[in-house]
Write a protein that binds this ligand. Structure first.
Ligand code: ZN
Ligand code: FE
Length: 254
């Protein structure tokens, strides 16, 4: 079994620590900071094997160099971002497979939030580490890509098996859900999800991971092909990309 530990850091970031007890190998996804990771490694008596970065933003790579120096781990990230990922050892491409013990992750390139953004998909473990591409009821802002590029990237995630757990890097769920409700006020599953999310946040608990299935039912950026949503936007029978572009635009100023 792949042991997954969620570490909340900064205002709303999550670092994920992955451990395979058979091989003893351990990976960390997007270490914004080194110290909280070192503490959990220490508590469990684990040695860090890899850092897996999804993209170059500081709140995803901030702990890279300190962790590398203290644990001698290897850093894996998109080859196209070799110049921007501190300490990178191995640059990966779409379709590459990396292994943590017997657990394998496929690299999926998802440009949009940044040009070199990648996600790590552990098919057998039904787990997706999607960085700032897909959020609960939302998606990443377009800093280095077009809406069409982001839409294309999200299509690659939308087709993953419905029970795949979605491990996003930020606790943006409640704010995203408020926007989702503004464009789909009649979506009953969305209404129910927001009640559950409110309960969790009141207790300061994490709302993640989500699943592909839940996102398909409640995330407007996965529902650009829904006719009622299109009608609400005044974009009936428009292409999915046009609807997606309008959604992203509205969310930016929501
Ligand atoms: Zn980012
Ligand atoms: Fe981020």
């Amino acid at each position: 079994m792949l042991n997954i530990i969620q570490i909340p850091v900064l205002t709303d970031n999550y670092i994920y620590l992955l451990h395979d007890s058979v091989s003893g190998e351990t990976a960390v996804v997007d270490p914004a900071l080194a110290q909280p990771v070192l503490e959990i490694l220490d508590i469990n008596g684990w040695q860090l094997t890899y850092i897996l970065n999804t993209h170059h933003h500081w709140d995803h790579v901030g702990g890279n160099l300190e962790l590398k120096q203290k644990t001698r781990c290897r850093i894996i990230a998109a080859n196209s971002d070799s110049e921007r990922i501190p300490g990178i050892d191995r640059g990966v491409f779409e379709g590459d497979v990396i292994a943590l013990g017997s657990h394998q992750a496929t690299i999926i390139e998802t440009p949009g939030h940044t040009s070199g953004h990648i996600v790590y998909y552990f098919a057998k473990d039904e787990a997706l580490f999607c960085g700032d591409t897909l959020f609960a009821m939302g998606c990443g802002r377009l800093f280095e890509g077009s809406a069409e590029q982001m839409w294309t990237s999200l299509q690659k995630l939308k087709v993953l098996p419905s029970l795949t757990r979605v491990y996003c890097t930020h606790e943006y769920t409640q704010a995203n859900g408020r926007f989702a409700l503004s464009v789909e006020p009649d979506n009953v599953q969305l209404q129910q999800r927001m009640i559950e999310v409110a309960k969790l946040r009141l207790l300061n608990k994490s709302t993640l991971p989500s699943t592909i299935e839940v996102e398909k039912a409640t995330n407007p950026f996965f529902r650009e092909d829904n006719s009622r949503l299109q009608k609400k936007l005044g974009l009936e029978d428009q292409s999915a990309v046009i609807v997606f572009t309008e959604l992203r635009k509205r969310k930016d100023s929501f």
